[in-house]
Design a protein around this ligand. Sequence first.
Ligand code: GDP
Ligand code: MG
Length: 170
Amino acid sequence: RSGYIALVGRPNVGKSTLLNRILGQKISITCKKPQTTRHQILGIHTDQTTQAIFVDTPGMHLATGDRDRAINHYMNDAASRALKDVDLVIFLIDRTKWTDEDDLVLKRLQYVKCPVILAINKVDWLEDKASLLPYIEEVSQKFAFEQIIPISAKQGTQVDELITQATSRL
Ligand code: GDP
Ligand code: MG
């Protein structure tokens, strides 16, 4: 199994922390799928059966101000097209609340055909894990997520589970 995984989410949500946690060894690319020029390879995760190539998606970088609306529109299209070239999307959000910036990320996922897994990050901050349940209920209404997985990228909690679920869909 092999494939491209896009890791998306607003700034500061923990994408780099998660990547660092997932990656580890440097291993050369032996992916049989043709390399897309639309993406920058950020890292590769391999185990006995799977090779997951994590890519950055141009256009996912958000512009929120009015001034940026035109460029935002263009980037939106670019991001939508680029996301068509990936096999799976991991969409990272924070455990506290859904924000306008999360909405902007979600907009870019509207035409994606591949599975989208929602990962709720930084759950190590939660004192009361039960408070996640209404939040999961709320965010599950926003999109047909393949799965919703609470994680802590920093502490590594449920990151193996996220990888297992993601790679099993490649
Ligand atoms: P990015 O902008 O999405 O790449 O976010 P970063 O990976 O740079 O993380 C932003 C900040 O959140 C950093 O200070 C991280 O240490 C922190 N952070 C990321 N993941 C977690 C987590 O699971 N728990 C906690 N407590 N902090 C986290
Ligand atoms: Mg980052």
